[in-house]
Design a protein around this ligand. Sequence first.
Ligand code: IPT
Length: 999
Amino acid sequence: MLLPKFVAFLAALGTLAGGQRSPRLTRQSQTDVLQNIVTWDQYSLIINGTRVDVFSGEIHPFRLPVPSLYLDVLQKVKSLGFSAISAYFFWGLHEPKRGAGISFEGFRDLQPFFDAAKKAGLYVIARPGPYINAEVTGGGFPGWGTHTSGLWRTSNASYVEAYTDYMTSIGKVLAKNQITNGGPIILVQVENEYSGFQAPYTEDFEYEANLKSIMRSSGVTVPLTVNDAWPGSHYTNVDIYGYDSYPNGFDCSHPDVWLSDAVPEYFWGAHLGINPQAPNAVYEFQGGAFDPWGGFGYESCAQLLGPAFERVFYKNQFAMASTVLNFYMLYGGTNWGGIAHPGVYTSYDYGSAIAEDRTLREKAYELKLQAYFRSVSPAFLTSQPTNIFATQGSFTGNQALKTTQLLDFVGNKTAFYVVRQTDASVNDDQTYSLTLPTSIGQLTIPTIGGSLALNGKDSKIHVVDYSAGSTTVLYSTGEILTWATIDSTDVILVYGNKGELHETAFKFGAAIPTANVVSGAGKIKTKLLGNGGLALQYVTSGQTVVRVGNVLLYILDRANAYDFWVLNPATAFGQSFVHSTQKNPIIVKGGYLLRSVTASAGALQLTGDFNTTQPVTFEIIAPQLFQAVSVNGAKLALAKTPQGTLTGQRAGSLPPISLPNLASLPWKTADSLPEIQPQYSDASWTVADHKTTVNPTPPNTTVVLYAGDYGFHTGSILWRHHFAASGLEKGFNVGVQGGAAFGFSVWLDQTFIGSWKGDGALSNFNGTFSFPSTLSKDSQHVLTILQDHMGNEENWWAAGEVFKTPRGILSYSFVGTDKTASGVWKVAGNLGGEDYIDTTRGALNEGGLFGERQGWHLPGFNDASWVKGSPMTGLRHAGVAFYRTTFTLDIPAGVDYPMALVFTNATATTAAFRAQLFVNGYQFGKYVNNIGPQKSFPVPQGILNYNGQNTLAVSLWALDAAGGHVDSLRLVTTARVESSMGKVANAPSPGWVPRVHVF
Ligand code: IPT
């Protein structure tokens, strides 16, 4: 995206600084003067007077419509060491009907989300749009935007008028939840990637100013931010400009292939060129990838953007001194209902560190290692790189490695060295030594012999003159996991890959203590370095603990490092505002997840999750005053370790449960395409009779056949064309547009005449469908066309109108004649269109299938008159059927057993069908068997009632003449975890009530 010339210019900027340790700019505490709680300078954010590492992850509340689960996710985020989260809010969900007010009810209520963030102790970066992209329909713009004139994402009056109510209303909600009012919000972003402009338009400064002024007049006083798509200098007139970076792209098909020059080193120079007075903020750094229809599935994305990617690319971004850093996504969630744009399917798992079912991937543990390190390294918050673009071979002499030096320009003590492969794509094993300055002079490390290793796709941060309590770590090649001063002992945890040689050296005073292994199988070699320096050499394998003077050094391999949790008992220390509390750390080794610690009268109460019934060995590194420990309320039988810490065991309790066998449940079925029956009346359908449209795509038909123009923006759309034959019609040619992977089927009267089964890459298709015989003169007929609406396009290019791309019929003609008497066109989508019926589940949940219009997907609908039949039997002809069944669940308390509905049809099967899954009325799956890739559809607890009755409804649209059926549909658990998460309240699930104006 960047011109080579620009890159060269940036490179020049990056090397200006040289290696000398003096501040490049006068330190300046900045404030937008509206408040003084959140300020910043060129290094970091400063909150309530303290520098804060904004280590953040993206989470969208609207992708998890069970507010009582927010805290579960956010506690996990907090336990992983994050200080913040970032969230988009989705205009289209809050204002689906123009002028009908901005809804913050039910799942659209943001208050529970902010409350949960505050409770978990996380700051919030709020990103209200109005444009968000985010792989949501219309990029966040409401459906009615498609029939509203004007160039959007500009200062066009029609657009400004459109967003003002939403931005004002949400601005007020954000203002109320700012840190200045005791809430968690520290930053508010305006727009999103306002970086690319449809020619001939360019950046619209009036639009930018107006968004800022709406936020300010709504009461937002915290700093305003912007995320440029790359450091491209757009919308820089905000408080803290920043940019996005997705260096490994979105092609999950080759999860082990990286670009050789993908590690972006030019960001530093770019930052200095744009906003050197603020931290080098990255508001979206790649945390995973979205996956398109027909894609490779999120496990491939989780591999492409896996732990190795995190190590190399995130640490590289640390080397660019990014002290405001948000990962997109940290928890992706689900595109339930009609949330998705056509580029993604139901799952928005994103291959993130926290999977869609809220379990932790290995990626989460790697993030934890990094987050913990940063949170105990205040020197990092005032460090900047010194040798950008002069990193190759630096400090190692090995040209296959790049090493960035960061120096603390404020503390004037500590240095960080970030080492990685020069060519990011290689898997070579490199050996190296580091020759670098320390406070006792230049050293070549390892000092005790041998060499360091960087094997394959990896990156390490080596510290020099690093403070850990009263201890100075002279250097450490073993990476710092965390440290804490506990009862005046400096406990320091370092780690490396299993089998690697490392050194950690300390700087002592005149008396140099001896180092002794107190537990574990590891051996150490030591060497006096002079000037108080003592080096320890070791191999990281398992866990070995060394005592040296006042220091207890834990030497860990990566797997052991993963097991440590740092918890802060906020309540015990009288903090009124628990955010970013890092005081009084308790370090506990404990397995899958630890969430919290409370301290009382010599006892520690831990809460955590167990994903195994195998005994987990805990080690509690805490002040001696604590001699009793409980986990999830059960006391641990404790022993003392040789290093004097407490240890005990506990096994998770994973009670068996019984799940219904969906195949053997009583299922009922009804035809959901009565529209093709001769007795069916479409009298109350919307007549598609518009002669004009504001849509930038000029209609090719005599009347406008864009569903959006008639208020239908989601789900299935039905078109009916009544006509009188001239006697020559042999067939029908129709061009339909529904978005990538869409399909459509066509009937002449009751006769199925063909389908377009869809293609992940095609948004529209022109098909010719033969009539069974030439139509007789003056005969009356109806064509019925059922099409998918896969969501509206995003509108990445500002001043473009791509999101208005029509969904509907672009062209049609009869085969055999152009003399057909023009008839009436009618259209049906979700019942009520923009005056949608189900205000609880929102405007996008329900589509236009007959069964959906009737509310057949809702609990309590009386299907007594329906016949027996299941989706496993399916249809023996093209058409649409609805299926319903109920089952009860009785899942014990104290566990988190996430579940999914899983199909097993082969993607290559010839019988193409499209199924939607409705769980208690919520659409939690859109399955396209012939395109895929998604077959497993997670449904969160709270949508599924874990202690009571559930209604499962399935719509099945068979696109083949032979019909189609589901091979099997199963309800499975995707994980079994003993959990200390809070009680889950079921999402409101109002049942069926008779519908007015139903047709
Ligand atoms: C960036 C968007 O800001 C974000 O909303 C989301 O769409 C993300 O991409 C991809 O998941 S846009 C960037 C990739 C150009």
